[in-house]
Design a protein around this ligand. Sequence first.
Ligand SMILES: NC(=O)c1ccc[n+]([C@@H]2O[C@H](COP(=O)([O-])OP(=O)(O)OC[C@H]3O[C@@H](n4cnc5c(N)ncnc54)[C@H](O)[C@@H]3O)[C@@H](O)[C@H]2O)c1
Length: 347
Amino acid sequence: MTPPSKLAMVPFVSVANMMRLVHHVGLPVFLAELTQAVTDDFKRWPAFDKTPRVPAHSPGGVIELMPTADDTLYGFKYVNGHPKNMAEGLQTVTAFGLLADMASGYPLLLSEMTLLTALRTAATSAMATRALARPDARTMAMIGNGAQSEFQIIALQAVCGITDVRLFDVDPAATAKVMANLRDTGLNLTACTSAQDAVLGADVITTATADKRNQQVLTDNMVGAGVHINAIGGDCPGKTELHRDIVARADMFVEFPDQTRIEGELQQMPLDHPYTELWQVLTGQAPGRSRPDQITLFDGVGFAIEDFSALRYVYDRASGTDYVENLDFIADPDDPRDLFGMLARAA
Ligand SMILES: NC(=O)c1ccc[n+]([C@@H]2O[C@H](COP(=O)([O-])OP(=O)(O)OC[C@H]3O[C@@H](n4cnc5c(N)ncnc54)[C@H](O)[C@@H]3O)[C@@H](O)[C@H]2O)c1
């Protein structure tokens, strides 16, 4: 059998190579660069095709496709969200994705995205925090200490100068894991016994809990003036994290409103509830934080452009290096119309 042609080959970033790439770049630098890549794409928001992601729900979770494109590149991610998985020894979230050339439709990069989703979600929170938190914010509360949490924390340390972290999870083993994983980061880490305890003195509160229902991780009395909240765990219909009263009291910032309305904290609110699109803050078209005592809420659900940015960033960083391997992925007959002949000759 003849070996696959050059056109048959698609660069692939495996989990092992993604880990090598992150270590080569350095996690804080990777997160800072990814924050910039996501920010750059949010600043050219109108250039993208946008649609709410396409979900397939089951009683235990959801599988979603997240597509977007600009004039030259197309990207999509396959991702699941199954809060019940952890109890069965599986992850809540796994993902992979693809970047393609709009002109030919040929794939440019296939990548693992389980790690990359945690990285881009952290970069997106960092982007929102940099735009919306008080510039003197140094202490964060991290509620939900699962797979996403360390990435969220390191991104806020690298991009926003967070120095102190107060941790809470309903499962103390999850908090102990974060304490151990982050012991050499220079952060002051405090394990807390309740969410109420964790938010004491926090300038930024990030919630990343997993539960397929409406939770009340934060209630109105827990959040003081001037706090910025990243609520990233509420990302499905019927799956929210915040008490309605704190959502009502905060100024809300969103990614793509059509998707946030279905999946975010916004689903709890009436149709006329005010919000600001984050891209407009980043381009200076809308105000972000206007007072030190304002409560800002990033109602993050995860939008396709963040995955597009992450794939584009990895493509730029890894192309032509040994962090990619070539997969025989696109059938490439000698005569483009003779796909059958290619199969027949392989007998
Ligand atoms: N917005 C986004 O872009 C985005 C991206 C990835 C994941 N997510 C969501 O973020 C959440 C966390 O993801 P993960 O991969 O870290 O999940 P995970 O299952 O690894 O961790 C979730 C943690 O939340 C804890 N928890 C559950 N209820 C809690 C409560 N009431 N108070 C405190 N802790 C609680 C669990 O014990 C667990 O340790 C999920 O809901 C996931 O769907 C959002």
